[in-house]
Design a binder for this molecule. Structure first.
Ligand SMILES: NC(=O)c1ccc[n+]([C@@H]2O[C@H](COP(=O)([O-])OP(=O)(O)OC[C@H]3O[C@@H](n4cnc5c(N)ncnc54)[C@H](OP(=O)(O)O)[C@@H]3O)[C@@H](O)[C@H]2O)c1
Length: 338
């Protein structure tokens, strides 16, 4: 089978198209023909060795794939050849609390990923694809979708009438917007682009802020909420946006810490304000296969469509990484397999 292998962490030059032996499903395992994959910001970091000892070498990149069951290993129940399925982000985190061992099984990092024609999955790490989704849409769920689901629905679940703040128009943030709307919340969404802001509104954002032209957007959020602040911030900027998020969050509200897009902080992080406002900071590390199943069920029930930016053919996989790196995308960048 054809596979891309990251043979050195020198960026795209280290990514080589190679022939590998066809994998075989063992007991309790399922061979999946991958039909589509999507990229996450993490995959750009991995290209450059950004995960250090938490990425193996060589590695088949990308954590997020969807496809069709090709063959069943001995003892597999509940799947048939031809079923459409989605692989989970962590090979061994089926459910329950996370652990070091579960985290060490992340696809495209410590375990081989999905940028290959066939991959074997443990049967308990597969989720059925909701009928209304294309393979590319299904392949957007394991990392970006589950991360947003954990932030918006699990730790401090958004309720009807709550106010949720999302940052930018990447994969995690658009899923967070969609889930917050499903939950009946009001969404304040930011972006650096007025053109993308129009698309955020079309997706259901109730209020929008251009964080480039309004760098003190935390104050603007307070204005928009009668000085109360939001219940939940889906924080994908990290240290560089945290001060504005602290300002934007209500007393007793939560910041779900997810990403690192904004780089280091401008000045000191205002930790005393977190104490004085009794705010919660919740780290999020994707989620389990059970979370993926629960989310897929909700997406199926509501006919929710993930936002796909562009689809690149397998042989142009490198162009997909380039597209993601430009930051011009809106939603998920996908790769479609022959
Ligand atoms: N902890 C976890 O489990 C987990 C899981 C998934 C992702 N992540 C992390 O979460 C972050 C987002 O991931 P992703 O895959 O959704 O990324 P992505 O799709 O590459 O998102 C890029 C978008 O983020 C926005 N952005 C960039 N800098 C920003 C800033 N300073 N403030 C607000 N928005 C900014 C931009 O939107 P505009 O163009 O609209 O400005 C940009 O287009 C990354 O840091 C990633 O590593 C963590």
């Amino acid at each position: 089978m054809k596979a891309y292998e990251l043979q050195s962490t020198s960026g795209l030059d280290g990514l080589q198209l190679v022939d590998k032996p066809m994998p075989v499903a063992g007991p309790g395992e399922v061979l999946v023909r991958i039909k589509a994959a999507t990229l996450n910001y993490r995959d750009l970091l991995i290209l450059k060795g950004g995960y250090g000892s938490r990425q193996k070498s060589p590695v088949i990149p990308l954590s997020d794939g969807a496809g069709v069951v090709e063959a069943l290993g001995p003892g597999v129940m509940g799947f048939a050849v031809g079923d459409r399925v989605i692989g989970g982000f962590f090979e061994t985190w089926q459910g329950g609390p996370p652990s070091q061992e579960k985290f060490a099984s992340a696809l495209g990092g410590m375990a081989d990923g999905v940028l290959c024609e066939y991959r074997v999955f443990r049967q308990d790490n597969l989720t059925r694809t909701p009928d209304h989704l294309t393979d590319e849409e299904a392949a957007s769920l394991p990392c970006a979708g589950v991360t947003a689901w954990s932030a918006v629905m699990n730790f401090s679940p958004a309720k009807p009438g709550d106010v949720v703040l999302t940052q930018g128009t990447g994969g995690v943030s658009l899923f967070a917007l969609q889930f917050a709307k499903l939950a009946g919340a009001r969404v304040i969404a930011t972006s650096s682009s007025d053109e993308k802001i129009e698309r955020l509104k079309a997706l259901g954002a109730d209020d929008t802020i251009n964080y480039r032209t309004t760098p003190k957007w935390g104050m603007k959020v307070r204005e928009l909420t009668n000085d109360r602040g939001v219940d939940l911030v889906v924080e994908v900027g990290g240290a560089g946006t945290l001060n504005e998020s602290i300002r934007a969050t209500r007393i007793g509200g939560t910041m779900a810490l997810i990403g690192v897009l904004a780089g280091p902080p401008q000045g000191e992080v205002r930790l005393p304000l977190i104490v004085m406002q009794q705010q919660n900071i919740q780290g999020v590390t994707v989620g389990s296969s059970e979370d993926l199943k629960a989310m897929a069920k909700a997406i199926g029930l509501h006919g929710m469509k993930p936002v796909i930016d562009q689809i690149f053919p397998f042989e142009r996989a490198k162009d997909a990484f380039v597209r993601l790196e430009t930051g011009q995308h809106f939603g998920k960048v996908a790769i479609s397999f022959p």
